[in-house]
Design a binder for this molecule. Structure first.
Ligand code: HEC
Length: 191
């Protein structure tokens, strides 16, 4: 292809690619609060937990699913290295379960009811220890939770890769083990 035609192609294609690409870093409001990404349901799906609980005692009466998503840019890097890179954003979305509806006789499905949305974000320049936790009570931006919150201690002590619970995400778990980045988690129940 003549050079001029190639250049025209590059100039035409590049802006489209730039718009379509996932922004590779977390976005914050002017006050430094984290924006909840509107498109996280189009990110890479890692796993769904059902009624996962880390304390003794009777299970909750209402069943919930939690869905875990990670941004596609960080997933690409993770596949190469087995580490979650700077800029990684995880979303944990908790949804109500229902066992009644349509033709269902057994089992449960997820409803439209989003009970909770949480994020775990790697931003080395911004957070002490490199990672910040967030809970969203609405779609409004959320402030980072202080290091005294239980999130930090539990993820630090029991997360298998870079303070994340990669041990529960089947495809990611295999990649981490093969990359040698998987840290077998402590067995004792987290506090
Ligand atoms: C007692 C342990 C414990 C505490 C405390 C805890 N988590 Fe987690 N967290 C987990 C486990 C286990 C998973 C895996 C969930 C799954 O497999 O579906 C997880 C997964 C997550 C994820 C998905 C990404 C990742 O890091 O694996 C986010 C986001 C998250 N937690 C946010 C929070 C926030 C925010 C808090 C504090 C308000 C918190 N967690 C407190 C145990 C904990």
């Amino acid at each position: 292809m003549p050079l001029t035609r190639l250049l025209v192609l590059v100039v035409l294609v590049l802006p489209v690619a730039a718009v379509a690409a996932d922004p590779p870093a977390p976005r914050y409001s002017a006050e430094g609060r984290l924006n909840l990404p509107t498109d996280y349901r189009e990110w890479v799906y890692l796993s769904t937990g059902l009624d996962m609980s880390y304390s003794e005692g009777r299970p909750e009466a209402d069943h919930v699913f939690d869905n875990v998503f990670v941004d596609p840019t960080s997933w690409s890097a993770f596949k190469r290295t087995g580490h979650w890179p700077d800029g990684t954003r995880f979303v944990l979305e908790v949804r109500s379960a229902s066992s009644q509806g349509s033709i269902l006789k057994q089992g449960s499905y997820q409803t439209e009811d989003v009970v909770d949305v949480e994020m775990h974000v790697r931003d080395e320049a911004r957070f002490r220890g490199g990672w910040g936790f967030f809970t969203f009570s609405s779609s409004a931006p959320a402030a980072v939770l202080p290091p005294t919150e239980r999130c930090y201690a539990c993820h630090e002590a029991h997360g298998a890769v870079d303070t994340t619970f990669t041990q529960f995400y089947p495809t990611a778990r295999t990649i981490a083990i093969q990359s040698g980045t998987f840290r077998p988690p402590a067995r004792s129940p987290p506090r």
